[in-house]
Design a binder for this molecule. Structure first.
Ligand SMILES: CC(C)(COP(=O)(O)OP(=O)(O)OC[C@H]1O[C@@H](n2cnc3c(N)ncnc32)[C@H](O)[C@@H]1OP(=O)(O)O)[C@@H](O)C(=O)NCCC(=O)NCCS
Length: 265
């Protein structure tokens, strides 16, 4: 299955460099772009720190300062970089429009927002809440995807397109989940404390689905596009509609991997 195709950090980095050299020949107008974003870096973590820091900086917080924080996060725990590479593999594996490993890193805002969240989440765990909120807020402004730094997100997660995705403070998203544009993992407004959804491994949250409250989306479940989910969803089940009702079995092992995610399909 997919795992056979998965690349580790160094494997991904070498592939990205090889691809980039070929693409630079094919598209010379982007030569200096490819140099500054990929080829002049000596590691994957340096390239991603550079990408995110350029995106997340503003007039009062320079890219150099943000790069330092991102490197601190990567150096503090190898889990962060491994999760990043796992997310990159997830996008390459599941999104048929993604032809190169470098594309999510350079162009896909869902991927970049998720990696910004990984940095904000690390800051949150270090009790640096204000800086974590700064990263959250800049990522929300730049990518249009708002993830609270305290939300727990596993690895191998794909946020595709991503515009308008909102993930609340006490939400949990386990490994290998796929999330499309416009998904909300929010509170009902009637609960306090632990008030956001828990999305179990391998689930698919389709475009513009709204999942409210401390409800559980079971392992390998599918939530159809445009649904409003207000109650638990059993594992391996498809739900659709407002309010969402069971409409069938999610008859595959891992729905997050199954949908053809390309916009053309
Ligand atoms: C849910 C989904 C993944 C299909 O899952 P599935 O388990 O294969 O479900 P089926 O296609 O067998 O549909 C089961 C029933 O739900 C209905 N249904 C499917 N999606 C629905 C939706 N979004 N809203 C309402 N009803 C829906 C079907 O019409 C069918 O009803 P029927 O049994 O009366 O004919 C798919 O419909 C969907 O919503 N995909 C969106 C993926 C996405 O976000 N793409 C964005 C790419 S940019």
């Amino acid at each position: 299955m997919e795992n056979q195709k998965l690349k580790d950090v160094e494997g991904v980095w070498q592939l990205i460099r090889q691809e980039t050299k070929k693409r630079m020949v094919a598209e010379p107008v982007l030569a200096s772009f490819f140099h500054s974003t990929i080829l002049e870096h000596n590691s994957f973590s340096s390239a991603i720190a550079d990408q995110l820091s350029n995106d997340l900086s503003n007039t009062s917080v320079q890219p150099m300062m943000i790069r330092k924080i991102i490197r601190e996060a990567f150096n503090s725990s190898k889990d962060i970089l491994e999760a990043t590479v796992s997310d990159l593999n997830a996008v390459k594996d599941r999104d048929p429009s993604c032809k190169y490993f470098s594309e999510p890193l350079l162009f896909f805002k869902g991927f970049k927002a998720l990696q910004s969240h990984r940095v904000a989440s690390w800051l949150w765990s270090e009790e640096r809440h204000t800086l974590a909120h700064f990263i959250q807020s800049r990522a929300s402004e730049v990518y249009g995807i708002d993830i609270h730094p305290a939300a727990e997100i596993g690895k191998g997660v794909m946020i595709d397109h991503g515009s308008g995705v909102v993930i609340g403070e006490t939400a949990v998203v386990e490994d290998n989940v796929s999330i499309f544009q416009g998904v909300t993992l929010g509170g009902t407004g009637k609960e306090t404390g632990d008030r956001h959804p828990k999305v179990r491994e391998g689930a698919l949250l389709s475009a513009s689905s709204t999942i409210l409250g401390n409800v559980e989306i079971g392992k390998n479940a599918k939530v159809a596009a445009g649904s409003v989910v207000l109650a638990d969803v059993r594992e391996h089940t498809t739900v659709a509609g407002i309010p969402a009702k069971e409409v069938g079995e999610a008859n595959t092992d891992m729905p997050a991997y199954d949908v053809d995610h390309s916009i053309n399909n």
